[in-house]
Design a protein around this ligand. Structure first.
Ligand code: 13P
Ligand code: SF4
Length: 338
């Protein structure tokens, strides 16, 4: 706890000490060149960060980019498990995360020791693990999946092979329904997707009868049951871009709407309502920790860096490599430029 306070204070203190007149965009661009850095960003980042990133994508796109980059430094504007994946796949690169406290409720729900014990209680099962977990949990898993490749990977596993799925129970239940497989589920959830309100959504749809509902599979089943399209963040963007409809309700983290609006500015997007109107609970609080100031500071000071013991990295690499081998290649790239 004391260590945590020191770290928080040091990030906060460094932000506070910044010259308020500094032109962050220009400085970030200059440092990116001098450090030979690439900036990778997830669709849940602030629009300003998405706009200056070299590449914006979903978890799978970002993993592939991190594995292929020739840059010396990867600045990961996302959450910690995503930056860890970049380090696992590209160990020779310096991987920076603007705020080391950018975690994920799914990762927290699945501590490695409890996960190990769960696996031991299920002999004969393989573990398919959602990428939203720690490097330690990856190291204890057989195959990593993301929301964009999980279904295709499950379909490659022999029908008589028993499967554990962790840590997102909503994504797991959705995959079980889709594939007809009997998955044993870890009871984790995403705090962002869990808080969408079925009641408010029904009300909103009545007010916008022509709007299509696009939902991320981390949403609970009653929300998914109403959806016109379910998919990863990239898949949701592709859907709203290609569909002939003009209006969409988006049941995922609302910063994705920035990217949708850029691609199809004439269409209308409405963020799905949460259970508590008084808070912006559908904003991911972990993604929000990364700011332009912290992005500038991490490039300037080349910290905080992702590091991990080599033995752990190698163990976590195996199930990630299996994921990349088993993932279908997208026919066309829809994620951002660079
Ligand atoms: P995607 O892989 O679909 O981008 O999802 C990542 C995530 O954290 C969703 O909450
Ligand atoms: Fe984790 Fe949910 Fe945030 Fe995605 S939206 S990073 S699953 S807490």
């Amino acid at each position: 706890m004391a260590e945590m306070l020191v770290k928080e204070n040091s990030v906060t203190a460094r932000v506070r000490a910044l010259d308020p007149m500094i032109d962050l965009e220009t400085e970030i661009a200059r440092l990116r060149r001098t450090r030979n850095a690439v900036i990778l960003a997830h669709y849940y980042q602030d629009g300003e960060i998405q706009d200056l990133a070299d590449f914006v994508g979903d978890s799978l796109d970002l993993s592939r980019r991190a594995a292929e980059t020739k840059a010396d430094v990867i600045v990961f504007c996302g959450v910690k498990f995503m930056a860890e994946v970049a380090k696992i796949l590209s160990p020779d690169r310096t991987v920076l995360l603007p705020d080391m406290d950018a975690g994920c409720s799914l990762e927290t729900s699945c501590p490695p020791e409890a996960f190990r014990a769960w696996r031991e209680r299920h002999p004969g099962h393989i573990s398919l693990t959602y990428i939203n977990c720690s490097a330690e949990v990856k190291a204890l898993s057989d195959i990593i999946v993301t929301s964009s490749n999980a279904e295709a990977i499950i379909r490659q596993i022999p029908a008589d092979q028993k499967i554990l799925f962790a840590p997102d129970r909503h994504l797991g239940a959705y995959l079980a329904r889709k594939t007809g497989r009997d998955l044993v589920l870890w009871p984790g959830t995403c705090i962002v997707h869990e808080q969408f309100s079925e009641r408010e959504l029904v009300r909103l749809r009545a007010q916008h009868p022509g709007a299509k509902l696009a939902a991320h599979p981390e949403c609970p089943e009653p929300i998914l049951a109403m959806a016109d399209h379910i998919g990863s963040t990239s898949s949701l963007i592709e859907y709203v871009t290609k569909a002939p409809d003009e209006e969409f309700i988006i049941a995922t983290e609302p910063h994705i709407i920035h990217q949708m609006q850029k691609r199809v500015p004439h269409k209308r997007f409405i963020a799905a309502p949460g259970m508590d109107e008084s808070c912006s609970c559908s904003n991911c609080p972990f993604m929000a920790l990364n700011t332009m100031e912290k992005l500038y500071l991490c490039l300037r000071d080349t910290m905080p860096q992702i590091t991990m013991p080599e033995e752990l990295r190698r163990a976590a690499l195996k199930p990630l490599q299996r994921m990349l081998e088993m993932s279908p290649r997208p026919a066309s790239k829809i994620a951002g430029a660079a």
